[in-house]
Design a binder for this molecule. Structure first.
Ligand code: NAD
Ligand code: MG
Length: 385
């Protein structure tokens, strides 16, 4: 039986992964090694019992007793904290879903790569802040990294093993998020609740707000560069309100291959689970006649300054990705806590990038985890409102 682990199992992507495992036969079809979560102990324990996991880990030490209680009599081991998360990632598994949100997903991901197998990567933050480390760890461990972000899964599928040499450009689409059609002058007053709704996708709160600000798309542009080794000028963003085309690969011969599908993360997660094969998934087939038309617009950088910042980050290289991601996470914390306005997030991130770009070592490619974590901490401190 294939051994699998899910990091961030209680979140939006993680729960979709658990759903696919359950539908495929659950504990009778897979040997579930580790499931991890945060504060939702009841959900984590229910999943771990149902899938007969070897171990369940909460990120929070103060919840260890609650987790032990919730798992009592089940035979599932309980653990907590960052070290336990890392140790769980070191347990041998053939397929690991990396679905923790934020830079917190980096250490478990790197640890998992050391033992080979497949890392199905939803945690885009780890590629943005430490792309070279991810590739090096995968090469050392003989591991395969598969994209789970829908746009990157779409690129991967559209490439179909094609050599990048024939690729002219790659287009990732963006729904435009909650404020796509808002008058610009209203954005400064946007509330957390308003930013936490998405027209097409059901996702965690942080990525939903990042969709409204397009920080998510900015992260994905950098993720595409890091994942596929594309040049920054080859990566384009197109606003596509229907979210049916997820990405397109344009070739030098004028042909363009697009990937289409309903906006349902179970496609991308399931594709990574079944790769290199394809198997039936509980994803609604496309009904284009019902959808009627697909529309597109150029992204407006006045509305979404994060897209310009992504280009600047790619041009700067070095530690810019780690600084950008951490500054973005801090600005998002500050917005959610009501300390800054929606429209202050991008200027805060830009200021941090400008300030830290003058520090020694900024231009160096990430050499090790400690260096990345040090820049991450410095960027959060610099950004905090
Ligand atoms: P979420 O907030 O719904 O879930 C996050 C998970 O991570 C939860 O299990 C939570 O308990 C855990 N977690 C949070 N902070 C943690 C910490 N400090 N240490 C350990 N665990 C922690 O998030 P999500 O929307 O499922 O997104 C997860 C990842 O997938 C993100 O990197 C996101 O960008 C990416 N992604 C999500 C979607 C989507 O549809 N939700 C699509 C594409 C990519
Ligand atoms: Mg995406």
């Amino acid at each position: 039986m294939r051994r699998i682990s899910i990091f961030g199992a209680t979140g939006s992507v993680g729960a979709n992964g658990v759903d696919l495992i359950r539908r495929a036969g659950g504990a009778d079809a897979y040997d579930v090694v580790a499931l991890t979560g945060g504060r939702n102990i009841a959900r984590l324990a229910t999943m771990a019992r149902e899938l007969r996991a070897d171990i369940a880990v909460t990120a929070h030490d103060d919840l260890l007793d609650d987790l032990r209680d919730a798992l009592s009599g089940s035979g599932v081991e309980a653990a907590s904290g960052a070290v336990a998360l890392r140790d769980a990632a070191a347990r041998p598994a053939d397929w690991i879903l990396s679905a923790i949100v934020g830079a917190a997903g980096l250490v478990p991901g790197l640890t998992a790569l050391a033992q080979g197998g497949v890392l199905a990567l939803a945690n885009k933050e780890s590629l943005v802040c430490a792309g070279p480390l991810i590739h090096a760890a995968a090469a050392r461990g003989g591991a395969t990294v598969l994209p789970v972000d829908s746009e990157h899964s779409a690129i991967f599928q559209a490439l179909g093993g094609d050599n990048l040499a024939s690729v002219r450009d790659v287009t990732i689409t963006a729904s435009g998020g909650a404020f796509r059609d808002w008058p610009l002058e209203r954005l400064a007053a946007a509330t957390v609740a308003e930013a936490s709704t998405h027209p097409n996708w059901a996702m965690g709160q942080r990525i939903t707000i990042d969709s409204a600000s397009m920080f998510n798309k900015a992260m994905e542009v950098i993720e595409a560069k890091e994942f596929f080794g594309l040049r920054p000028d080859q990566i384009k963003v197109l606003v596509h309100p229907e979210s049916i085309i997820h990405a397109m690969v344009g070739h030098l011969d004028g042909g363009t291959i697009a990937h289409l599908g309903a906006p349902d993360m179970r496609h991308a997660i399931g594709y990574a689970l079944n790769w290199p094969d394809r198997a039936p998934l509980p994803v609604a087939p496309l009904d284009l006649a019902r959808i009627g038309s697909l529309t597109f617009r150029e992204p407006d950088e006045a509305r979404w300054p994060a897209l310009r910042l992504a280009r600047e980050v790619m041009a700067a290289g070095g530690m810019a990705g780690a600084v950008f991601n951490a500054a973005k996470e801090q600005a998002l914390d500050d917005f959610i806590a009501g300390r800054i306005r929606f429209t202050q997030m991008a200027p805060q991130v830009e200021t941090t990038l400008t300030r830290l770009s003058g520090q020694p070592g900024f231009a160096n490619e990430p050499a090790d985890l400690e260096t990345v974590l040090a820049w991450d901490a410095a960027a959060r401190q610099e950004t905090a409102a």
